[in-house]
Unconditional design. Sequence first.
Length: 298
Amino acid sequence: VQFHPGYRGLVDGGEHIREATWESVSMMLQLGGTVIGSARCKDFREREGRLRAAHNLVKRGITNLCVIGGDGSLTGADTFRSEWSDLLNDLQKDGKITAEEATKSSYLNIVGLVGSIDNDFCGTDMTIGTDSALHRIVEIVDAITTTAQSHQRTFVLEVMGRHCGYLALVTSLSCGADWVFIPECPPDDDWEEHLCRRLSETRTRGSRLNIIIVAEGAIDKNGKPITSEDIKNLVVKRLGYDTRVTVLGHVQRGGTPSAFDRILGSRMGVEAVMALLEGTPDTPACVVSLSGNQGGIG
């Protein structure tokens, strides 16, 4: 079954819990976004909400759960599993489930799949969605490069990633950017001087444009944020270049998935199902990861 939309459906139950068939999922592979829906669920953060979720699972005899999401979703799943026995005891004491139902649902196996464009989850080489987001970003940078070339401009492009600079770093390498700012590698204190000198040298060699990639979480060595506007103002003030800022925003999260993500999601889905089928009451919650292009349980 599927829970629409995510934890919200797990807590609310009823019509939000829908059976999945081969026919209902057969055309999902090429769809972007979250097909079953995604929503932040404040109720699931509270024990009362998790009690309702446990009640819905027990009543349907569900003992295997696959959770797809980022750090918040997977942390919530781990908490849910660790509390499972206590939740069943409370439901039985309140008369909401029978002793027989509690026995049949005495354990809950959970497997997580990391879905995040940030690629910021430890233990896996790539998270589902990262490659698609990167493909979208590179397309946009290529398009902007065309107008930058025509009008002899400097563009400062801000990409997502929170505290992870993967998208910014790989984009800069893929597009031949002049400079990149990422949170993992704060620039030296005199970065302003180095940046301006690099841009000036590029123009001296005949280039008609400059491309600067900035991760949204970029900081200096003192932990001070380095913003796109800061960089633009610096370039305009010191070099006098026609400089524009483009914040890519949520366009990075949209569109159809790349071929890599389609295969990655399918492979990880198979690994998740196999792990659930092989699970026992003593099996800990786990996350499917990608290591050296090989899927596995971590």
